[in-house]
Design a protein around this ligand. Structure first.
Ligand SMILES: Cc1cc2nc3c(=O)[nH]c(=O)nc-3n(C[C@H](O)[C@H](O)[C@H](O)COP(=O)(O)O)c2cc1C
Length: 173
């Protein structure tokens, strides 16, 4: 798929077919995602890849019952190692760079999944403490997103609405 097509085709997918996706495909997606830029190239992140149905159900419960999370064959939890960024960049590393770094990574996951005709959704609404406990995430780390990935049961056809570029741009020549 052309890059421009991937970008335009990507949508948040919130319904998945009850079909497997090989773990290898998820690993290929993550191999692409780790090409994301990061401040100082610290790469302050790690993934937890969850295929276990009981754990996926618990994650759903901790994410305000967003049921599509447990519907996907895989959920990738993207964890920011905020302490690693803080060690080099202090507060700015902890509160800004580590989050920006993982956000760039998550975006590449979404695009890479789209490029493989898979669906994914960036899920950020969840109870931090509950999700950290379920996944055994340590202090000094922060789960930034849960990303369910699977074969889409439906993908919205119409592009989601965006502000006009003209509304949000300032050009200084
Ligand atoms: C930081 C962040 C958190 C989000 N959290 C959720 C979420 O918890 N649940 C959900 O269904 N979608 C979530 N989304 C997806 C957005 O709702 C979605 O990207 C937006 O509505 C635009 O639609 P599109 O992705 O189809 O273009 C999140 C997106 C971002 C960037």
């Amino acid at each position: 798929m052309e890059f421009s097509e991937v970008v335009r085709k990507r949508r948040s997918v919130r319904a998945f077919l009850n079909e497997d996706v090989p773990l290898e495909t998820i690993l290929e997606i993550l191999e692409e995602a780790i090409l994301a830029p990061s401040a100082g190239n610290l790469q302050p992140w790690r993934f937890i890849v969850i295929g276990n149905q009981e754990l996926k159900f618990q994650l759903t419960q901790s994410a305000f019952a967003q049921r599509f999370i447990a519907q996907a064959p895989w959920v990738v939890a993207v964890v920011a190692k905020v302490d690693e960024s803080a060690a080099v960049y202090g507060e700015r590393g902890k509160n800004l760079y580590a989050i920006q770094d993982t956000a760039a990574l998550i975006m590449l996951i979404l695009l890479s999944a789209t490029n493989r005709d898979l669906g994914a959704c960036w899920v950020g609404a969840f109870d931090d403490d509950k999700v950290s406990e379920i996944l055994g995430v340590k202090p000094g780390e922060r789960v930034v997103a849960l990303v369910p990935i699977g074969k889409p049961a439906r993908t919205p056809e119409v592009p989601s609405s965006r502000k006009e570029l003209s509304e949000i741009i300032e050009i200084i020549e």
